[in-house]
Design a protein around this ligand. Structure first.
Ligand SMILES: Cc1ncc(COP(=O)(O)O)c(C=O)c1O
Length: 349
């Protein structure tokens, strides 16, 4: 966390290694590029890259992330999902020997007209149903041929991304896969399909590179399975401190909007973390651990504080409070906050 706030984040690199080993079990025959965009989902991009020594490469979203990795000595293949958006950025792609994903004809135009002395690998990203970045199915042949004819390109891989990998039985997964495989069969190109959810569900049986993100950080990529069930360990823990204990009377209210009314005389704890620190403002009755005991939030989240229900909890001011981590799953906090663990983790970045 920033130095002038009280909340603390700790990162468990042994848990990261453990999760990487889980990835390897699912991806026995594929190379692994951990996805470390958004500051490695809030965990510290460089720290994570340096720690994952067995990774075959890495993937980031944007060029500055890739350049930062290179400038800090990471020399493995780095895929840049958003590629480049102008000639100057393309120069950096060559200078730092990066592997951009290509999803627009004008990017191919830039590659075709740029004079280079070195060669790079690229990915052609295919829109099989995600509808975000990726060329349309009927444009793949043209784009692939154009890329193959560019001297400064070594190899062109084919990549796609599932829109519903968190729900393995979703009908669009098979449709996307069929579309991808129909096309990729036509070329002798490297392929990359699976994110964490697709990898665990074994949606794509054969591919050269997998791209796990969230599972490495110990949150569940599947909507119907917990991280624990998947043998994933939380990497990030978020801690704060119990700074007040209030003896409240039945009928008294807690926090903005009077949203919690004490149903009985009870002890309410105040913890020095809020949405100003990255704790989700929409959290409702989220689990939290005070001095190692599970309890839950009361009322609304403020900028710098939250209230917790101390009924049945042994606590005193100064106690350590875990907002998520070993005892409290970030997935559960996310579920109580109308969001996903990805967002909570990234917000701490
Ligand atoms: C193209 C692409 N591949 C892989 C991933 C990793 O996904 P996950 O974190 O669900 O494993 C992402 C993340 O959003 C992505 O955008």
């Amino acid at each position: 966390m920033t130095g002038n706030r009280s909340a603390k984040v700790s990162i468990d690199l042994a848990a990261l290694q453990h999760n990487f080993q889980q990835v390897k079990k699912y991806a026995a025959t594929s190379q692994v590029m951990p996805v470390i965009k958004a500051n490695a989902y809030g965990h510290g991009m460089l720290r994570v890259a340096e720690s994952l020594t067995s990774a075959d490469g890495f993937a980031v979203a944007q060029l500055p992330e890739a350049i930062a990795l290179r400038e800090n000595g990471i020399d493995k293949p780095i895929t840049v999902f958003q590629g480049f958006s102008n000639q100057q950025q393309l120069q950096s792609v060559f200078q730092y020997s990066l592997r951009p994903a290509i999803s627009q004809h004008w990017q191919i135009d830039l590659l075709a007209t740029s004079e280079q002395t070195s060669k790079i690998d690229v990915w052609l990203k295919i829109n099989t149903g995600m509808g975000r970045l990726g060329v349309q199915l009927d444009d793949v042949e043209t784009c692939y041929k154009r890329l193959q004819n560019i001297n400064s390109i070594n190899q062109t891989g084919l990549m796609t991304h599932f829109a519903n990998a968190d729900k393995p039985d979703h009908k669009s997964n098979q449709l996307q896969l069929e579309r991808f495989e129909t096309l990729s069969k036509l070329y002798t190109a490297q392929t990359s399909v699976s994110n964490s959810g697709a990898l665990i569900s074994n949606l794509c049986k054969k591919q050269d590179w997998v791209r796990p993100g969230i599972m490495l950080y110990g949150a569940s990529p599947l909507s119907d399975k917990t991280a624990e069930e998947l043998n994933l360990k939380p990497v990030m823990s978020l801690y704060a401190e119990l700074i007040a204990i209030n003896e409240m009377k039945k009928g008294q209210t807690v926090g903005y909007g009077d949203s919690w009314v004490c149903p009985q005389d009870m002890r309410v704890g105040i913890v020095n973390i809020g949405y100003g620190d990255g704790y989700p403002r929409h959290a409702t009755a989220a689990p939290i651990a005070v001095n190692g005991q599970l309890c839950h939030l009361l009322g609304r989240v403020s900028m710098d504080s939250i209230a917790v229900d101390l009924r049945g909890v042994k606590a005193e001011c100064g106690d350590l409070v875990e907002c998520w981590g070993q005892q409290v799953s970030v997935d559960e906090v996310a579920a109580c906050s109308e969001t996903i663990a990805y967002e909570l983790l990234c917000n701490l970045g």
